[in-house]
Design a binder for this molecule. Structure first.
Ligand code: SF4
Ligand code: MG
Length: 326
């Protein structure tokens, strides 16, 4: 069957004063209706740029797609008419960002902003749109939605604002939601509530969900599968449970070790040594080799391809067998 969304061999670069930044270097992933794909990586891994490419919002500095396809129901969004593309991006795919306060208009009430979606896209009257907005605010469990519909974004807590963003994303009943660090700005307990709500709505509406995060800890319970990115490539891809039980890439292993755990309170948290590479000067061979505790000579010269690890997994590490085994 054709996936809902499939990214194939995507390459994106930016021209910066420093030279060409190779932000995305051959990414492949797909998501089906009713499925959640978590895309994981540090900042600069290309996870957000890939999402922005799907949404057509590669802005600062201008990015250039040099290769690849983005298939929505099997149709390449990069070559279809601008009109068709606009329809898909406006109605079929919605995006949720980390910072609701900068995504919402501060001088308009949330009711107005929600209602506008229905008035503009579905031609509803003011009254109909208001009723629909209240229904949606109820749906994302904003208490006393009817009384709060006239309130402005700053009058809501961070968690409530993120629920409003989810409501906005759901308004047109999209087939796919892309959420870029949707809970990163929130407290841990509120994070879990918002993530659970998102997962619940995703199941209920049978949507595809691409969840972009730097935090392996928040996706364990909600994702079906995970793609781990590093320096613009996918380095490991796996059904969610396998990756926690037996990571097949040293980078994934490092990310797992750096999740805070309750039973290790007080102990210093593990951190992967070094920093992600400058994208204008990505190291040759395996891009992770300067930071990898398992690196051998071959890692500095040969680019590891995504080796199949069983039927549904892949690892871009020359030593994936040793990694998974120890
Ligand atoms: Fe580490 Fe080498 Fe594997 Fe890269 S290929 S992750 S450097 S062991
Ligand atoms: Mg980002």
């Amino acid at each position: 069957t054709t996936p809902l969304l499939e990214v194939r061999d995507l390459h994106v670069e930016f021209h910066t004063r420093d030279g060409v930044a190779r932000a995305v270097n051959g990414v492949d992933y797909s998501v089906n209706a009713g499925e959640t794909l978590a895309v994981l990586g540090e900042s600069g891994s290309g996870k957000s740029v890939t999402a922005q490419t799907i949404m057509g919002i590669l802005d600062m500095p201008p990015g250039r797609i040099t290769q690849g396809e983005i298939l929505f129901h099997g149709q390449d969004m990069l070559t279809m008419s601008a009109e068709q593309r606009r329809k898909i991006r406006g109605r079929k795919i919605a995006m949720i960002f980390q910072d609701a306060l900068s995504s919402l208009n501060p001088v308009l009430s949330v009711g107005y902003q929600l209602g506008e979606m229905f008035r503009v896209h579905q031609g509803m009257s003011r009254k109909q749109a208001r009723a629909k907005s209240i229904e949606l605010m109820d749906r994302v469990r904003i208490p006393a939605a009817k009384e709060r519909i006239g309130d402005y974004p700053h009058q809501f807590s961070g968690g409530m604002r993120q629920r409003i963003m989810i409501a906005m994303a759901l308004a047109l009943e999209p087939e796919l939601i892309i959420a870029d660090e949707p809970t990163t700005a929130l407290d841990v307990t509120v994070q879990a509530q918002v993530m659970d709500l998102l997962a619940e709505l995703q199941r209920e509406y049978n949507m595809g969900l691409i969840l972009i995060t730097h935090d392996l800890g928040v996706v364990a319970d909600v994702a079906d599968k995970i793609a781990v990115m590093y320096a613009g490539r996918i380095v490991e891809t796996s059904p969610v449970h396998d990756i926690y039980a037996r990571p097949a890439h040293p980078y994934t292993k490092g990310l797992l070790r750096s999740i805070p755990r309750l039973d290790q309170k007080g102990q210093e948290l593990y951190a992967i040594k070094g920093l992600p590479p400058n994208l204008t000067r990505i190291p040759g061979g395996c891009a992770f080799h300067p930071r990898c505790p398992m690196a051998q000579d071959v890692c500095a010269t040969d680019v590891p391809l995504l080796h199949p690890v069983g039927a549904e997994r892949g690892s871009a590490c020359h030593f994936w067998k040793e990694t998974i085994g120890d």
